[in-house]
Design a protein around this ligand. Structure first.
Ligand code: SF4
Length: 142
């Protein structure tokens, strides 16, 4: 590609996952290493700490496992990511599957019971609405 791919920072091995663990995904690490991809974490840019309580999408809102409404932070982080994508001219993103921010095509249902439902995370949804193609690391692996 002639413009960089935006990737979930956690897939690049950066320390931003909600549970505080590091989980690099080698094909994405390689893209970053080659200068073909730029890592970004919408939840960190939305002002949330690492580690943080797990969040899920419930209707139009994002709630954490204690029931606190985190919608504003998620939307703010997604907006910042769109800003970065525009700065870089990104046309593609590879984002972490099923995250309430980064998930694409499938997310959890807001009951914190590991139940999957069709849908997009806040960041993935915003990028798609602006014409950016979003895939997950699972699509990349497949
Ligand atoms: Fe990774 Fe996205 Fe979650 Fe940040 S918000 S830790 S980039 S899945």
């Amino acid at each position: 590609p002639d413009t960089p791919i935006l990737v979930s920072a956690c897939l690049a091995g950066l320390h931003c996952r909600y549970n505080g663990e590091v989980a690099p995904f080698e094909p994405v690490v390689d893209l970053v290493r080659q200068g073909l991809a730029v890592p970004f974490c919408p939840e960190i840019f939305g002002g949330l700490p690492t580690p943080r309580r797990p969040c899920e999408i419930l209707g139009e809102r994002v709630i954490d496992a204690d029931g606190a409404d985190r919608t504003a932070e998620f939307l703010r982080g997604a907006d910042e990511g769109l800003k970065l994508a525009r700065l870089l001219g990104c046309r593609e993103a590879v984002l972490k599957a099923r995250s309430p921010s980064c998930g694409s095509g499938e997310v959890y249902d807001g009951t914190f019971t590991a139940t999957r439902v069709p849908g997009d995370g806040c960041f993935a949804r915003l990028l798609k609405a602006h014409g950016i193609t979003v895939r997950t690391e699972e699509d990349l692996a497949g």
